[in-house]
Design a protein around this ligand. Structure first.
Ligand code: HAM
Length: 383
């Protein structure tokens, strides 16, 4: 959960809101050693994974290397619906391949997960932020264009003009947006170099062939500096202003930026809380925790070992609970009902002698004496 500030500053990028405004710093001093260390609560996973890729020699694994992680992330944002200071991401990364088919597959996998969860009102917004060279040229173009009207830009965007002019296009400020409407700048998608254009067209071609719907979004910038070429977000109308359930992109320069060899890579992340809002909005029910299948109890002390072995065997089929202490049938029944079990299985003297068990269905009250095999077969049929 902690990362060194250098990795985040170099990886995520000095021009981003994350680095400029949203880092939670942790200062740790070891008095004895008089050492002082600074950490950051990780705002995202990608830069740290790239650091780990280098630090732990993950390059030795066969290409492509596919990684995933999930956990808490922290950004000091202004909290509102769908935007929190601590949130959770599921993250996927693919290292080692620059082919457009990998980009399309990553997008398709992210899309399919949301579809399988039952979401329908989702939209992929797809764009390209170009190669490093394309970006360099495009940023010059934007600097010339906006530079002549600096006084009309917001304070944030005057800083962006120097740090990362593309982020001006993403600005929420009204004055910036009206200047953009007036100047009508070319979008990155219209100014891609021939290699990036060919790559992007291929990505679109695969998605078309696979029937994955998307909307071209020439304004896509993303809030992280490491992206190159393909970039996308998946939005949902029910989440509010911050409607992206997930986003991702290619980042072929990141490993090199952190001191490693040129390594193409691509990935995406989901925001779990936003997915939950979207599921709620669409009325998709999240299945309840499955009911307890069976509660097993012994009526006599000497039946404990046999009853425990039945409970253990039943656990292969579902959630089984054991009564641990010998008790009267009525007491076991009380416990089984409290725990919401579907069946109660009791072992008394005669069951122990004959290697059987009395199984009662707690919804229709049917009771049968079964062999161990019959007991497991009966439970197996009921799930
Ligand atoms: P991101 O777009 O910054 O990308 O975040 C991914 C998702 O995390 C967002 O779409 C959103 O659902 C969720 N999220 C972000 N900030 C918040 C917040 N403050 N509160 C709630 N949810 C939030 C990344 O983080 C990249 N690392 C994705 C990536 C992986 N790109 C390549 N590989």
């Amino acid at each position: 959960m902690f990362e060194t500030p250098e990795v985040i500053k170099r990886g995520v990028g000095g021009s981003t809101d994350i680095v400029r405004k949203e880092m939670f710093m942790v200062h740790n001093t070891w008095k004895a050693a008089e050492e002082s260390h600074e950490f950051i609560l990780r705002p995202e996973g990608t830069a740290a994974i790239a650091r780990s890729y280098l630090q732990h020699g993950l390059k030795q694994f066969p290409t492509p290397l596919k990684l995933w992680t999930a956990g808490a992330m922290f950004r000091a944002e202004r909290p509102q619906q769908g935007r929190y200071r601590q949130f959770h991401q599921v993250d996927l990364e693919v290292y080692g391949l620059a082919d457009a088919v990998v980009d399309a597959e990553c997008i398709e996998v992210q899309w399919s997960i949301l579809r399988e969860l039952g979401l329908e009102r989702i939209e992929i917004k797809l764009g390209s932020v170009g190669s490093t060279q394309d970006r360099f040229e495009y940023n010059h173009y934007l600097q010339d264009l906006f530079g002549a009207h600096q006084e009309k830009l917001s304070e944030d965007s005057r800083a962006r003009l120097i740090l990362n002019p593309m982020r001006i296009l993403d600005s929420k400020s009204e004055s910036d947006q009206s200047l953009i409407a007036e100047l009508k700048p070319h979008m990155m998608l219209e100014r891609l170099g021939p290699d990036s254009r060919w790559h992007f067209d291929q990505v679109c071609g695969y998605l078309d062939a696979w029937g994955v719907p998307y909307t071209l979004d020439p304004t896509i910038v993303r809030g992280l500096d490491y992206y190159t070429r393909t970039a996308w977000e998946i939005h949902h109308q029910g989440v509010g202003a911050k409607s992206a359930l997930g986003g991702g992109g290619r980042y072929d320069g990141l490993v090199q930026e952190l001191g490693g060899p040129p390594t193409p890579a691509i990935g995406w992340a989901f925001g779990i809380e936003r997915i939950l809002i979207a599921l709620h909005d669409e009325g998709v029910l999240i299945p309840d925790v499955p009911k307890m299948l069976v509660y097993v109890g012994a009526l006599e002390e000497k039946g404990i070992a046999y009853a425990a072995s039945l409970a253990r065997a039943a656990r292969a089929l579902g959630h089984a609970e054991f009564g641990y202490k010998s008790k009267k049938a009525g007491k076991h029944l009380e416990d089984a009902l409290k725990k919401g079990a579907m069946f109660i299985a009791l072992v008394g003297e005669s069951e122990l002698e004959q290697n059987t068990v009395t199984l009662k269905n707690l919804s229709n009250r049917e009771e049968q004496i079964l062999s161990r095999e019959g007991f497991l077969e009966m439970l197996g049929k009921s799930i």
